[in-house]
Design a protein around this ligand. Sequence first.
Ligand SMILES: C[S@@+](CC[C@H](N)C(=O)[O-])C[C@H]1O[C@@H](n2cnc3c(N)ncnc32)[C@H](O)[C@@H]1O
Length: 398
Amino acid sequence: MKFNTRTSTRLPLPETTARAHSRLLCARINAALEEANGWLPFDRYMEYALYTPDFGYYCSGAHPFGHCARNGSDFITAPELSPLFARPLACAIEAALDASNTCEVMEFGAGSGLLAAQLLDALGAQCARYTIVELSGGLRARQQATLAERAQRFASRVRWLGTLPDAFEGVIVGNEVLDAMPIRLFARRENQWFERGVTRDQPLFRWLDRPVDLDQWPHELMELLYSIDGHHDYLAEFHQAARAWTRTVCAMLARGAALLLDYGFPRREYYHPQRSQGTLMCHYRHHAHPDPFFWPGLQDITAHVDFSGIADAALATGAELLGYTSQARFLINSGIADALAELDPLEPARFLPAANTVHKLLSEAEMGELYKVIGFGRGIDQSALDFAFATGDRSQCL
Ligand SMILES: C[S@@+](CC[C@H](N)C(=O)[O-])C[C@H]1O[C@@H](n2cnc3c(N)ncnc32)[C@H](O)[C@@H]1O
């Protein structure tokens, strides 16, 4: 996220070089559209917009993460807000490393590298190796710079992997990675389901729905769409890529735990009849808006996570659910208050900003409730992370 302050319809115009950059990406998307007879499912479009090497939003060398639009950023994430986010997360990781008798961490989608630096700091010698898996070459370079600057003494323990090992023992972490994975869109109109995709139009692209033969689709999609009550128009997201990624990552986890943090809901809330417009959202210069065709490549595109789908995918690999709760509960249970208490309130210049960011992380009106944490484990004592999930566990809602 995409933790943003403004919801906008009037967006600032990108500067000339950025617009030229976006036009080059659009030419690539147009070529793909031509090859696909003029129609792309939305997940293909989203993948082009976010991950085309050198041109996609996450791959262009832009700096999406930051506090305000002045520095060219588009949104802020929890680790960018405060190091106090990493401290309780590190407690949970430490417990999982202990319980599995392992000493490695693997982070997916490490963004600017700040969380890695903070976790390495907090874990110290307990983390013998920290592996980062990052799709974007530009962000990988940024992570390397961040770690060289902030966690120099740990640099020799960090490595980047382009392909996944067959098996991993340790703790897997991903903050706001699932929401950045391409989604498919399905629209119900007059009781018929269509797949919503993208076609060419002036000046760029527009939506185009195609009837779908649901019999050709995975059983889980059919079940999901037909479970949505009512006959009214409805837009549903299907997280095929996120489910596939979860299956792969949990199958790779031979021993240890996976902790995934993101915004989203369990299925019953996600596909609630009243949530009829879906959750697709774009972020540009700290403005949130719903148009994925606004200057492709210059803005983030994201959707909330269907945590029931993620749990189904993980459990299908034989992994066990360790817990599912709100970010606020997870951070409180794992000791964020202790981390804050280490700061001296008589030093207001340090204490007040820290207290303010803790409020943002925990407040129901900000990140505390919309954001969730889900944990999976294999070969570890299931109660190892009870302390982190025990109060406020919502596993039964998945
Ligand atoms: C919204 S950013 C979050 C960055 C960071 N974790 C944070 O909290 O600031 C999403 C990140 O996930 C990465 N990403 C998306 N899909 C990925 C995948 N399948 N494997 C690894 N990284 C991925 C993106 O390149 C980007 O770095």
